[in-house]
Design a protein around this ligand. Structure first.
Ligand code: IVH
Length: 670
């Protein structure tokens, strides 16, 4: 017999872990540090090892570690798992609404619940007395597969329901998915290991759920959104679908936050338009939205046709992936000379637009995907993102194709193409001799974040350079009205406006000017830091590589690019010319360099318990310190939290002073 006090303690530990888990994975607002969670889990594990009779199916220790299966068992769904009818356009949607109104004999508009349509795999989770007892795939809707072991590894799936009003039996239905970030990370790592990569996040989710060894599933970043119940015993069904969703939330299930109740089909279309925009910023894929009649009595009355309910419809977004043929692969030259392979395609309608070019990113990518001229390829276009070639359909490859090779000479200026050791990017070595690089640097100079020359679009820059009206950036300030007015699609009036915009751009700021110079790796944020730190351009030009690294966010690579840029005579001449033409900026008040930690460099490693790393970083920076990510002999202090990484060892090896979290707090609040 296990002592009563041990049983009570084990229950307490389990309840704590359940609560922490819920806050972390369902509410996404963690309440304790990882270290604290691990400590309690470890305590529970030790007690369960000692008293195995206390191990219950809903114990957080039981999420991973089950023996691999030989095969999946069949699961008969008590309530069938249905699919949805689709509407691909507004006419089909209006027809759906009309059928609903007619069948229900409605005078007023119907109430619908609008939900995202998640692009994952559906799952059914069976809870008995609040404990997860079985998880199943949809299968053919009537019979699925038992994937309980795998579902348990998904942290956002509770092993035990929270709250009250827990039914004897409830089957929670939802969609298991892989977030985009996790999907990309997984594919990069799989490619490195030489393993097969997944075509899209849905395949990744489905492949991960159907592993016989749940340890593999446990390594995949799976998540879930719940959207329905199947069998329900022991409590009354509420009156509406929306109330079901509220019950699910109450029981601690993860429900999507973008769900909305609306009246009538017009409001459904508004929701569709909102989600179409929002889609591009969501961290997971959705392929449409779903409208469900909210009232459950009305749902019952409407019933089903074949496998789909009459009370719901999936309003699909335009496909984001399509097949087409590669007509050619060309190399574009960017501002810094980088050669980007671009596939010229047989035009295809995808993601709501006709696409005839798609990026292949870099030569390594072309070779990894082995995309060849003549291939049928999958093209993907997501929102405003540049269309890309996802993969080649090798089975449909015509005979006689050859792998794409990197050109030896720049396709624009004929200079040598160079590629550093292990650099993915190949570059034209022509510098400002190369027309392409000059055009791109002028476009960058004129862009909104840089000198903000309104009206100097890409096409105009290209004409100006092609017709040799201008050669370099400073020539912009010598442009005359007659030269501009003669360009294609340019009238006297817009030429006049452009001249005014060029004139106005002379009045700028130091960060904008620095950014406009187009120095490699110098984005606007780094330009601001540099301007703030030095106050004057002359001081930035004069700084050496070591000194430059004192600036927040400037590491050795960026410092090298900066110093190299300002060592080139032609760059200094360009800056002179620009200033002589009247480009100017107001003086900047330099932040005091006499803060307590000015000139000190810190590295943070391990988990901090009394503040987050971000907070520590902000506090240190506020006192003038600089935070870097790697330890070197120039590091002043390494702050070590719990479970520190290799940085701790390196600090010891180099003899860099080590601070504990308490030391840090004392340093910050002397
Ligand atoms: S409800 C009675 N809601 O779409 C309808 N399904 O094409 C049952 N899906 O098998 C499903 N998001 O895997 C519903 N918000 C959502 C959904 C959703 C994605 C999936 C689900 C279903 C498939 C039907």
């Amino acid at each position: 017999m296990v002592a009563e006090s041990v049983v009570v303690h084990v229950e307490k530990l389990k309840a704590k872990l359940r609560e922490y888990n819920y806050r972390y994975y369902v509410l996404e607002s963690p309440s304790v540090s990882d270290a604290e969670y691990d400590r309690i889990l470890c305590e529970l594990q030790n007690l369960e090892n000692k008293y195995p009779e206390l191990i219950a199916a809903d114990s957080p220790t039981q999420r991973v570690g089950a023996e691999p299966l030989k095969a999946f068992q069949e699961v008969q769904h008590k309530v069938p798992m249905l699919s949805l009818q689709n509407a691909f356009n507004e006419d089909e949607l209006i027809a759906f609404d009309k059928r609903v109104m007619e069948r229900l004999d409605l005078v007023d508009e119907a109430q619908y619940v609008c939900e995202p349509k998640f692009d994952g795999v559906s799952i059914s989770l069976r809870y008995e007395q609040g404990v997860l007892v079985q998880a199943a795939t949809r299968g053919d809707g009537a019979v699925g597969e038992d994937i309980t072991q795998n579902a348990k590894t998904i942290a956002a799936i509770p092993l035990h329901l929270r709250g009250d009003n827990i039914p004897e039996v409830v089957e929670v239905r939802g969609e298991v998915y892989i977030p985009l970030a996790g999907f990309e990370k997984y594919n990069i790592e799989a490619a490195k290991r030489g393993e097969k990569v997944f075509v899209n996040p849905r395949n990744a989710a489905s492949g991960s759920l159907r592993q016989l060894d749940s340890k593999i599933t446990a390594e995949r970043p799976l998540n879930i959104f719940c959207y329905a119940v199947g069998e329900l015993v022991g409590i009354d069904l509420p009156e509406s679908h929306y109330e079901i969703l509220q019950l699910l939330i109450h029981w601690g299930m993860r429900v999507n936050p973008d769900i909305k109740v609306v009246t009538g089909i017009t409001e459904c279309t508004q929701y569709y338009n909102e989600m179409m925009i929002k889609r591009n910023s969501l961290p997971y894929e959705i392929d449409g939205v779903v409208y469900k009649v909210n009232n459950l009595a009305q749902q019952q009355e409407l019933g089903f046709v074949s496998r789909a309910p009459r009370w719901a419809v999936a309003h699909k977004f335009p496909a984001q992936e399509e097949y087409t043929k590669v007509l050619a692969v060309e190399f574009q030259v960017g501002r810094t000379g980088a050669l980007t392979p671009v596939a010229r395609l047989e035009p295809v309608f995808v993601g709501g637009a006709t696409i005839s070019n798609a990026t292949l990113h870099n030569i390594d990518e072309v070779q990894r995907k082995d995309v060849r001229v003549g291939d049928t390829v999958v093209i993907r276009r997501a929102g405003d993102v540049i269309p890309e070639v996802v993969s080649a359909v090798v089975e449909q490859r015509p005979e006689g194709t050859r792998p794409v090779e990197l050109p030896k000479k720049c396709p624009v200026c004929g200079s040598d193409v160079v590629r550093g050791e292990d650099a993915a990017v190949a570059r034209c070595s022509g510098g400002l001799y190369c027309n392409a690089q000059r055009k791109e640097s002028i476009k960058h100079f004129a862009s909104k974040t840089a000198m903000d020359i309104d009206g100097l679009g890409d096409k105009i820059v290209e004409q100006l350079v092609d017709e040799k009206i201008i050669e370099h950036v400073p020539d912009l300030y010598k442009l005359e009205l007659s030269a501009i007015a003669n360009l294609e699609r340019m009238g006297e009036k817009s030429a006049q406006n452009l001249l005014v915009a060029i004139e106005e751009s002379k009045n700028t700021t130091l960060p904008k000017f620095l950014y406009a110079l187009g120095i490699r790796e110098i984005g606007i944020a780094t330009a601001k830091n540099l301007a703030q730190y030095y106050g004057e351009l002359e001081k930035i030009i004069a700084a050496n590589i070591e000194e430059l690294q004192e600036v927040p966010d400037v590491g050795p690579v960026v410092a090298l690019y900066l110093a190299a840029f300002f060592r080139q005579q032609h760059n200094l001449e360009m800056i002179d010319k620009l200033r002589q033409s009247g480009v100017h900026w107001p003086a900047i008040k330099v932040q005091s360099k006499d803060l307590p930690l000015s000139g000190k460099t810190f590295v943070l490693t391990g988990t901090l318990t009394q503040m987050t790393r971000e907070e520590a970083k902000e506090k240190l920076e506020a006192q003038g310190a600089k935070i870097t990510s790697s330890v070197s002999k120039n590091t002043s202090y390494v702050v070590v939290g719990s479970d520190p990484g290799s940085k701790y060892d390196k600090a010891q090896k180099l003899g860099v002073e080590i601070l504990s979290e308490d030391d840090l707090i004392e340093l910050l609040n002397p």
